[in-house]
Design a protein around this ligand. Structure first.
Ligand code: FAD
Length: 287
C-alpha cells in the first residue's frame, strides 16, 4: 500500500526507521526488537540505504523480508551514491518485484573525509533529479524525501534550502520526513516557511530519543543537543539509568508537544532498538 493512501485513512502516522543489521548477532537482536515494535501497529516502516555495496544488498534483503514475510508496509531508502541510470532502473525493478510501493529518495552523503558530493558520471547530484528520473521512467512508487528544519548543512541559507526542497516535491515527492531535531518551535517555523513556499505535503518530524551518555556526548559535540537536556544530563553524572530517564522525559515531552500542536505523526529513528520507542508510545496514548 502506498503511504499517500495510508495518509487518507490516518490523520497521523507513526513509523519506524531501521538499518540493516551488520552481522548475525545484530540480526538476532534486531528480530527481538522488531517483535516488540510490531505490536505497536506502525503505519509503515523504513530501511536505510548505506553507501557501501554489501550494505545496499542487505537493505533490499531486509525490505523484502519486512514487506513480504512480516507484512509491514515498508519504504526502501535509496540514494544517488554509486547509482548509474542502468543500476537505478535495475534496482527499481527489484524493489517493485518485492511488492514494495514506497521509496525514500535521497542524495546520500559524500564518503568520509570528502566535503563535496560528487555524482557518478551520468548519475545524479540532487535527490530531486533522482525523483524526476524514477518518475519519468514510469515507476509508480509513492516517493518520500528528506527535509531539514535546521537547514541542510551544505545549503547557503534556509530560503535556498526550501527552494531546493520545493524542486523535490515538484519532481514527485509526495511527503517529507525531517532530519532529527530537538527544538519544536524550529520545526513549526520550518513547516510555515515550506507552506509559504508552496510545499503542501505532509512534513513528518523525525525523532531520535537520546537515551545514553555516548549518544548525548556525540550530539553535544556537534552542537545539536538541546540546552534543556544538557542541563539535565549534566546533573545525572554518568549514571546510565538517570541519563536514560532524562532522555526519555525530554523525548516524551517533545513528542507530546509535536502531536498536540498538529504535527502529522512521528517517524522514529529506532537505531534498531525498541525500548525507548515502546515507552514513548505508551505515554502518548490519548494525545
Ligand atoms: C529522514 C532521512 C533519512 C535518510 N536516510 C538516508 C539513507 O538511508 N542513506 C543515506 O546515505 N543517507 C540518508 N540520509 C542522509 C542524506 O543522504 C543526507 O542528509 C544528504 O546530505 C542529503 O540528502 P538529500 O536527499 O536531502 O539531498 P538533496 O535534496 O539533494 O539536498 C542536498 C543539498 O543540495 C541542495 N540542493 C538540492 N537540490 C539542489 C539543486 N537543484 N541545485 C543546487 N542545490 C541543490 C540542498 O539545498 C541541500 O543543501 C537521510 C536523511 C534524512 C533526513
Amino acid at each position: 500500500m502506498k503511504i499517500i493512501d495510508i495518509f487518507k485513512a490516518q490523520a497521523r502516522t507513526f513509523s519506524f526507521e531501521f538499518y540493516p543489521p551488520k552481522d548475525e548477532i545484530s540480526a538476532v537482536d534486531f528480530g527481538i526488537n522488531v517483535g516488540q515494535l510490531i505490536k505497536l501497529n506502525p503505519s509503515f516502516v523504513s530501511v536505510t540505504y548505506g553507501a557501501g555495496g554489501s550494505s545496499q544488498e542487505r537493505t533490499f534483503a531486509l525490505v523484502g523480508y519486512l514487506q513480504q514475510k512480516i507484512g509491514l508496509q515498508t519504504m526502501a531508502h535509496y540514494t544517488c551514491v554509486g547509482a548509474s541510470k542502468e543500476k537505478i532502473i535495475a534496482d527499481m525493478q527489484s524493489i517493485q518485484t518485492m511488492g514494495v510501493d514506497n521509496l525514500m529518495l535521497l542524495r546520500g552523503d559524500p564518503p568520509q573525509g570528502v566535503e563535496v558530493f560528487e555524482p557518478l558520471p551520468g548519475g545524479f547530484a540532487h535527490a530531486s533529479e533522482l525523483v524526476a528520473f524514477i518518475r519519468a521512467a514510469g515507476f509508480d512508487f509513492c516517493i518520500g524525501g528528506a527535509a531539514y528544519p535546521e537547514k541542510h548543512p551544505e545549503a547557503a541559507s534556509m530560503p535556498q534550502d526550501i527552494a531546493n526542497l520545493k524542486r523535490k516535491t515538484d519532481a514527485g515527492a509526495s511527503f517529507l520526513v525531517t532530519q532529527l531535531f530537538f527544538d519544536n518551535a524550529g520545526y513549526f517555523r520550518f513547516v510555515e516557511q515550506c507552506r509559504a513556499a508552496g510545499i503542501a505535503c505532509r512534513i513528518i518530524p523525525g525523532i531520535l530519543p537520546l537515551t545514553s551518555f555516548s549518544q548525548w556526548t556525540r550530539f553535544a559535540e556537534m552542537g545539536h543537543a538541546p540546552e534543556a537536556l544538557n542541563e539535565k544530563i549534566q546533573s545525572c553524572g554518568e549514571n546510565p539509568k538517570k541519563i536514560y530517564q532524562a532522555g526519555m522525559d525530554f523525548a516524551i515531552a517533545q513528542c507530546r508537544e509535536l502531536l498536540s500542536e498538529g504535527a502529522p505523526g512521528l517517524h522514529f529513528f529506532t537505531l534498531n532498538k525498541s525500548r525507548a520507542t515502546v515507552e514513548i508510545f505508551e505515554t502518548l496514548k490519548g494525545v
